[in-house]
Write a protein that binds this ligand. Structure first.
Ligand code: NAD
Length: 440
């Protein structure tokens, strides 16, 4: 079969820019229309997308719905519900020297043509949720899915043009060469989700055109467990948050930080929690995902001797299966503590107490998320006041990113800028200052 040659990146951007210049993407009706079409794509093609996510990452249908398809539908519904309100111009008080007849306000202007670059771990959600924001803000969008989730990338490249306005939304598939070519073009905003090394490449390319960037990066998100915490509850929530998508979640608790006595009591609680969640043989659980590829599988199994195996440790390269694994007696400088784990290995690192735990966090890069399991207001307040992280979760990992009215993003090495809900409108718009003074 003869496929037409893919459109060159420069032509894609020129075509979308021409559409933007006509003003077609600006009326709120166009925006809500596109969001409804995207919603229809997700609800009408749920089983195709579930199959693609299963092929790429072994995600169960339930998990695909909860963390990717349904997640994006909820983001769309929230946006449809609130958009008119978010877009309302905001009056600003006018100083007396301009006279009583002067008025001032801010209004949101769309930026133009936006590039969204997504990673492989939540390959549908992390492409589409930024696209929701970019469309809601009235932009044209180039969407670049991750080549490391090829089935999902292909499904989205096939479906998006069938549902959305192809003069304003384009999907460009591919890896480094294709993304490099895209990055040479001038965009009005680049929204990148992935690792910090590529984040730097993106930002350098953006600097050539003075294009603003949002960088949604990762890092090691700590989970502090206080000695007063109910350890069975803590273990169940840690296991649910850590081993979702086989640990390949940017806001997964990366490691546990606690004192030695609590660590000793937490170990058996974690063993019980893993068994309760995935059974005695997680390889047979349909709810447990697989590692994305052999390269990451080899990287992860290379980290297994960083400590004593409390539970898990088993693996099968041919199936890219790595058991939910907890490691104890892990030294702060062990290999597993030197980089973001991004897989189903949960090390427990001990510190004498709260002061040292706070120092431990502050001695390292600012994390994307920080989790605190404590019954003490004082402890919670100290973490809130004395540490910096993209988000802070008391008692429950991951969940803050499902609150549509909270901004989601990192700080420092974990990224810059944020999105979700109205924060996506802020990200993908220019807030224009307007002053009006009558001539008469
Ligand atoms: P990845 O390998 O899929 O890369 C992400 C994107 O960058 C892909 O679209 C890829 O094509 C592109 N890319 C790769 N190399 C490039 C290059 N040299 N030039 C231009 N583009 C290039 O995904 P990844 O980076 O392995 O993703 C995992 C990382 O992402 C982890 O660090 C994780 O914490 C982070 N992450 C962050 C969030 C968040 O919301 N903050 C969400 C998910 C993942």
């Amino acid at each position: 079969m003869n496929h037409p040659a893919p459109e060159r990146p420069a032509d894609v951007v020129a075509r979308l820019r021409a559409t933007f210049r006509t003003g077609r993407t600006k009326p709120v009706e166009w925006r809500t229309g596109q969001l409804r079409r995207l919603r229809a794509l997700l609800t009408e093609n749920g089983s195709d997308l579930e199959a693609a996510l299963h092929a790429d990452l072994g995600k169960s249908a339930a998990e695909a719905q909860r963390t990717e398809i349904g997640f994006t539908v909820r983001e769309i519904d929230h946006t449809l519900d609130q958009l008119a309100d978010w877009l309302r111009p905001e009056p600003a008080p006018v100083p007396a020297h301009l006279g009583a007849d002067a008025t001032a306000w801010t209004q949101y202007d769309p930026l133009g043509v936006v590039l969204v670059i997504a990673p492989w771990n939540y390959p549908a959600q992390l492409l589409l949720a930024p696209v929701v924001g970019a469309l809601a803000a009235g932009n044209a969008v180039v969407a670049k899915p991750s080549e490391l989730a090829p089935a999902t990338s292909a499904a989205l490249a096939r479906l998006l043009p069938r549902y959305l306005d192809t003069d304003a939304v384009a999907v460009v598939e591919g890896g480094v060469p294709e993304t490099t070519a895209l990055l040479a073009e001038r965009f009005d905003h680049i929204f990148y989700t992935g690792n910090g090394t590529v984040g730097r490449i993106v930002m350098r390319a953006a600097a050539e055109h003075l294009t603003p960037v949002t960088l949604e990066l990762g890092g090691k998100s700590p989970a502090f467990v206080d000695r007063d915490a109910d350890l069975d509850t803590v273990a169940a929530r840690l296991v649910a948050g850590k081993f979702l998508n086989a640990g390949q979640t940017c806001v997964a608790p990366d490691y546990v930080l606690t004192d030695p006595e609590t660590a000793a009591a937490l170990e058996p609680a974690l063993v019980r929690a893993v068994e309760a969640q995935y059974g005695t043989d997680p390889a047979r659980s349909t709810e447990y995902a697989r590692i994305v590829n052999e390269r990451h599988f080899d990287r992860l199994t290379g980290l297994l001797d960083s400590g004593r195996v409390v539970v898990g440790g088993g693996s099968d390269r041919s199936r890219k299966y790595l058991a939910p694994t907890v490691l104890a007696d892990v030294a702060p400088d062990a290999p597993v503590m030197r980089e973001e784990i991004f897989g189903p290995i949960l090390p427990i690192v001990t510190v004498p107490g709260l002061d040292e735990a706070i120092d431990f966090v502050n001695d390292r890069d600012k994390p994307l998320a920080l989790y605190v399991f404590s019954e003490s207001d004082g402890t919670r307040e100290r973490f809130a006041a004395e540490t910096s992280s993209g988000g802070l979760g008391h008692g429950l990992p991951l969940a803050h990113l499902t609150v549509s009215d909270l901004p989601f993003g990192g700080v420092g090495e974990s990224g810059m800028g944020n999105y979700h809900g109205r924060y996506s409108i802020e990200t993908f718009s220019h807030r224009k200052a307007v002053l009006k003074k009558p001539l008469g």
